[in-house]
Write a protein that binds this ligand. Structure first.
Ligand SMILES: Cc1ncc(COP(=O)(O)O)c(C=O)c1O
Length: 388
């Protein structure tokens, strides 16, 4: 089995999550809308998961809408609020995940919206003063992610949300990478809407949730049988939701040990990497960063080739975000923090999780120089071919 260092892309399903899901594939397969026992049992599972998810976020159960994942939660939050508001201006940041950027682009194109994209500093953070300046009387929503998937940088969400609250503007945060990795409390953060995803927190793929503060108006985006209080129609994914609930409960119970474990491994890794004299440029900030995330560039190296070499050596790591693999354009996030195209094209993301060990870190540091050498050789050979 390869060593898995890509927990920001997805996580393995925790055995207790699998166990919680299991009955709903077999003996308890009912439709949660049906009135007989089998259906009622399924609806109990959904409501238990709603409570578990609400507890993790310090929210109320009726403020949780289950979705098919982080992407759908982002779409529902942004389109839902903008359409309900009658206003046509959105403020976001340049480093958002495509689930937010593409939703904003959709509204620019089809809903006549204007979108302001706030820059970030060298640490990947939005300046609250820039947000103050960007808000207008036409602003329907501000949407800024809690933590970035590529660099791990954490935004000053409370400060940004406070500005919005003072101006009477709704604030949404894509917390897909934050939930389960750092404390996320919707009351403390003062956010109005928040997206999360099961598969980033040891839950299953294809399930997520949107927190919507009580009283916030939202136009549904999926119309049908009126599930989820009429805000998201579609027969509930009962096994997935039960799994998400258990993943939320585990995240709540294990958060502190997860943070300690991931941060210790990440810091140890960076210390060892620096001793290799590979001229690494660190892209993840030193503070205000997800505990297990380390993004760095190896200028001159083609990061896709290095990922291939590391895969051969038995390690799963990423170039940029999982959603942008397959594309050859340099990462928009690494460019936004002020790095060159060459640095952005040579960035590697390591994201550590529960199952990783000190021995795996040591083994990785051992194989990296050879993988870099081989990636160099391949890059040189292909540029030689192109030159001919
Ligand atoms: C920050 C962020 N938002 C949204 C998503 C999309 O979530 P999902 O895969 O559940 O649709 C991801 C997934 O990579 C992400 O990292």
């Amino acid at each position: 089995m390869a060593v898995y260092f890509d927990h920001n892309a997805t996580t393995p399903v925790h055995p207790r999550v699998r166990e919680a899901m299991e009955p709903y594939f077999h003996e308890e397969f009912g439709n949660a809308s049906c009135l007989y026992r089998l259906g009622i049992n399924a609806s109990y599972a959904v409501e238990k998961a709603r409570l578990q998810t609400a507890r993790l976020l310090n929210a109320r159960e009726e403020e949780i809408i289950f979705t098919s994942g982080g992407t759908e939660a982002d779409n529902l939050a942004i389109k839902g609020v903008v359409m309900a508001s009658g206003k046509r201006h959105i403020v976001t940041s340049v480093i958002e995940h495509p689930a937010v950027l593409q939703t904003c682009a959709f509204l620019e194109h089809y809903w006549d919206c204007r979108v302001t994209y706030l820059p970030v500093d060298a640490y990947g953070r939005v300046d609250p003063a820039d947000l103050e300046k960007a808000i207008t009387s036409e602003t329907a929503l501000v949407t800024i992610m809690a933590a970035n998937n590529e660099t791990g940088s954490i935004q000053p969400v409370r400060e940004l949300a406070d500005i919005c609250r003072q101006r009477g503007i709704l604030f949404h945060t894509d917390a897909v990478q934050a939930v389960g990795k750092i404390p996320v409390d919707v009351q403390g953060l003062r956010v109005d809407l928040l997206s999360l995803s099961g598969h980033k927190m040891y839950g299953p793929k294809g399930v997520g949730a949107l927190y919507v503060r009580k009283g916030v108006e939202l136009v549904p985006q999926a119309h049908g049988g009126g599930h989820e209080g009429g805000r998201r129609s579609g027969t509930e994914n009962v096994p997935g939701i039960a799994g998400l609930g258990m993943a939320a409960e585990l995240s709540r119970n294990e958060l502190n040990s997860r943070i300690r474990h991931a941060a210790a491994l990440r810091d140890g890794l960076w210390e060892r990497l620096q001793r290799l004299n590979l001229n690494l440029v660190r892209n993840s900030p030193d503070g205000n960063c997800l505990p297990g995330t380390l993004n760095f560039s190896l200028p001159g190296i083609n990061s896709r080739e290095l990922v291939r070499q590391l895969d051969e050596a038995g390690f799963c790591v990423a170039t940029g975000s999982a959603c942008s693999t397959g594309k050859t354009t340099p990462s928009h996030v690494i460019k936004a923090i002020g790095r060159s195209d060459a640095a952005a094209a040579s960035s590697i993301r390591i994201s550590l999780g529960e199952g990783n060990t000190e021995a795996e870190i040591a083994a990785f540091v051992e194989v990296l120089p050879r993988a870099v050498e081989q990636a160099w050789a391949v890059s040189r050979a292909s540029s030689g071919r192109e030159g001919r």
